[in-house]
Design a protein around this ligand. Sequence first.
Ligand code: GDP
Ligand code: MN
Length: 349
Amino acid sequence: IVNIDVLNPINSYDFDVRSRISNYKKQNATLFTLVRDEDLYGILTAIRNVEDRFNKNYHYDWIFANNQEFSNDFKIKVSNLVSGNSKFIKIPNEYWSYPEWIDQLKARKVRAKMKKLKIKYGHLESYRHMCRFNSGFFYRLPELLNYKYYWRVEPDVNFRCDINYDPFKYMNDNNKTYGFTMAPYELHTTVRNLWSTVLNFTSQYPEYVADNNNFEFLTDDNGETFNMCHFWSNFEIADMDFYREEAYSKFFEFIDKSGGFFYERWGDAPIHSMAVSIFLNKDKLHYFDNFGYYHPPNGQCPRSFEERLKRRCDCDGKRDYNWSQISCIPLYFELNGLEKPNGPTKQRL
Ligand code: GDP
Ligand code: MN
């Protein structure tokens, strides 16, 4: 027999299920997915998850973007599962092509070299356009300009626990800018020159560096080197005004000019992570716990049995990545003075 006490709310945000309230005022927010036609079944799985665990109660809009036209088949099957409005966008060419200062022959040679070295996605041209688009362009799409917050969703992700409150409202009420669920280590072979480029920017524009920032999360030796800690950007809930404002706009332009999207394989995850950790005070960042977020091959799962019951989780607490030895979440907690969750920490996966 399960003690039903564990089913009681723990704070005012939990179990704030809005379907019970007919005139819920939504935030200025949208779900957002970059996807290709061929990822149809992966994205349907993800949509089913987000709807079941969250959006069926809130009906936020969902914007789907693609560098090619979506097929009708894709649009019909996708919008059928989304409980808010679905919008489908073809990305303009200038957001998905080489800027004129890139030497495309040099870029091709880099891809060939990375292919030989078997660096993940190192051989792919499309992956680089994707990372650049996610770093500097998605929030400029006309359809996204209408919104403040976005929640990024990728094909094949799962939410393995109920989300019984509105995370957009949490962001707004608590004045948060960037929300994340996981923080792994980056592959150092993809970002060799990123750190020095970022430091060149901050020494040129010290006025953008926040006083009480999260810089220490990024380095173990006082800024000498990047420690590879970053927020996993396949999940993000964030305020796009941050990207649209001066600091990030200048920052993106600067790193884009350096060519690292094409001459290396810089990911949007370390780029977002460095920007929010340097230009924002650390109280603007938020770790979303207890979503049971899973992006193959790693997932977050509440360590406490009671939390898992209360939130109807279908993940295995023993398989939680966030408190394993290959995660930067423990460092984030330490630097922010957060209380560690119940359950064993720093376990091996
Ligand atoms: P990973 O998460 O780093 O393994 O990379 P993914 O393959 O999941 O790609 C990241 C996101 O970009 C996902 O939402 C993909 O659907 C999307 N994506 C990747 N490449 C392309 C592309 O060439 N075109 C479009 N439209 N979406 C892409
Ligand atoms: Mn992915």
